[in-house]
Write a protein that binds this ligand. Structure first.
Ligand code: GLP
Length: 261
């Protein structure tokens, strides 16, 4: 796992944007795995900015989002469909026909989940999977104890995740209890993973992911199994890393190491 520690939020976002832009420049028809959440908002702003500046085109890319709430239509203002539209799709040249999110309002959510997994595979798999991390170590909506072999399916959200996401809804009771999420194994199959964590609230989860045991109780720790996983952190999110000095020696200022390791 490459651990890149940047001095602040702005630098971390810029570094993550560099990695995504480079992927798309190298492979214009890349399949991107996209994520939602507050962490991603400045990143999507930065990517839109680089697009407007003529530095990157998403015209030939395909995207698959990690997850969607069950019971919310794409038009619902709190759905991840709506989030993606507002935060990213409306601001870049991605072809709407090639953007995909699980169908949260499907009459048969498990069938929709199975179909989603098949569509990822039909697209040739994901080249770069973008990830955030929940304070409890979740990735996508793979909550603690999610099977490390899981595929796209329905997950029940923990109380702490619903509380964290309540800020987008009118009340806790209105915050969905179920979601369709790509599985841990689906995520691990991506050719590259890029996880971004910023802020002190993520420091403990980040330390468990990178330095804790590989365990379903911290689904993000599954990235320890991935051959090409990069974690981009700001200084606050890196606060609880025991081997921080080592990561900073290997990747000074979050740069690639001389030997790529
Ligand atoms: C949600 C999403 C995750 C995201 C997490 C953290 O639960 N399903 O994909 O990583 O929240 O969100 P934030 O970036 O707002 O802390």
């Amino acid at each position: 796992m490459k651990v890149l520690i940047l001095p602040d939020l702005q630098a971390a976002i810029a570094r993550a944007a560099d990695i995504i832009v480079k992927t798309v420049q190298t492979k214009p028809d890349a399949v991107l795995g996209l994520a939602t959440g507050g962490t991603m908002l400045p990143l999507y702003d930065e990517l839109a900015h680089r697009h407007r500046a003529g530095k990157v085109s998403f015209a030939s890319t395909t995207s698959f989002n990690l997850d969607e709430y069950i019971g919310l239509s794409p038009e619902h203002p709190c759905s991840y469909h709506h989030y993606m539209q507002q935060a990213f799709f409306d601001h870049v040249d991605i072809d709407p026909a090639r953007t995909h999110l699980p169908k949260g309002d499907a009459s048969d959510p498990q069938a929709a989940a199975d179909d989603y997994e098949a569509r990822i595979s039909d697209a040739g798999g994901i080249d770069l999977q973008l990830l955030g991390i929940g304070q409890n170590g979740h990735i996508g909506f793979n909550e603690p104890t999610a099977s490390l072999g899981s595929r796209t399916r329905i997950k029940t959200l923990t109380r702490s995740t619903r509380e964290a996401n309540q800020r987008y809804f009118r009340s806790f009771d209105e915050t969905p209890q179920y979601a369709i999420t790509t599985g841990v194994a689906t995520i691990l199959e991506s050719r590259k993973c890029l996880l971004i964590a910023t802020g002190a609230a993520k420091a403990e989860a980040v330390a468990r992911m990178i330095e804790g045991p590989l365990a379903a109780v911290c689904p993000a720790s599954a990235l320890q199994l991935h051959k090409r996983a990069t974690v981009v952190l700001d200084a606050e999110a890196a606060e609880q890393l025991a081997l921080r000095d080592y990561y900073e020696t290997v990747h000074p200022d979050g740069r690639e190491s001389a030997f790529g390791g």
